[in-house]
Design a protein around this ligand. Sequence first.
Ligand code: ZN
Length: 290
Amino acid sequence: MKRCPSCEGTYASVEETCPVCGYQPRRINGIAAYAPDLALDADGFKPEYFEQLARLEAGNFWFKGRNRLILWAMRTFCHRQQSFLEVGCGTGFVLSAVVEQNPETDAMGSELFVDGLKIAAERVPSASFIQMDAREIPYVAEFDVVGAFDVIEHIEEDEIVLAQLHQALRKGGKLLLTVPQHKLLWSQADVYACHKRRYSAKELHHKVRAAGFEIERTTSFVTTLLPAMVVSRLMGKKSSAEDFDETKELELPSWMNAVFYAMLRFELALIRLGIGLPVGGTRMLVARKP
Ligand SMILES: [Zn+2]
């Protein structure tokens, strides 16, 4: 069901107009915009970052490794899903892989910034897209699976977002999350990316449960690369936010990129065996709406 952002009434998802109050989302570049006032705002993400990101992510070990982890979690914990919503789909790099693995699933990508959506819509033509604020998702009990991959750390009101993700899911639906982990790793990279926080496992688990979820699987990821991350971030601490070059972390010599990718694939092999990695730059969590 859709939830009207104007009168809070609920109505059938196929309807474009709210039958109670007549509300209709504005369209930006042909995409329904539920939070048009924020579509070009930059508090939380730098819109120009999307073009840079789209260029870098396809070959980068971290994005490729995270995709493998997400696709594995989906195959393992989400059976026969008919609908999938990705919140904060950025340039559609994850969504395109999800659609490739699950061609039968109705996939929807959402994003606050229209710049990302434009790239995503070209990349994943079979998916549908909406512009929205994750703090006010215009759906209720609609999706079998909802994913937010490195998204909620950008938002001050992360607990509201988790409650909204819960509301958007059907009963028994699954939540897939990835977040940056360990406050000790906080650096200019987080400042540049407009992160509000890095999570501890305890904080994330507490907030996810408080939103009404049951946690099914939780693990760290990017464990083997922690020493490299610590060195890179200690060096980065010397520079200020202005001259921080975040592409340095993504643009590696190709041999190093290949080695790092092999290490992430090794970590995924451990996770598949049921091993929960205790520390790592990222935390991945699967939860269920009871
Ligand atoms: Zn309405």
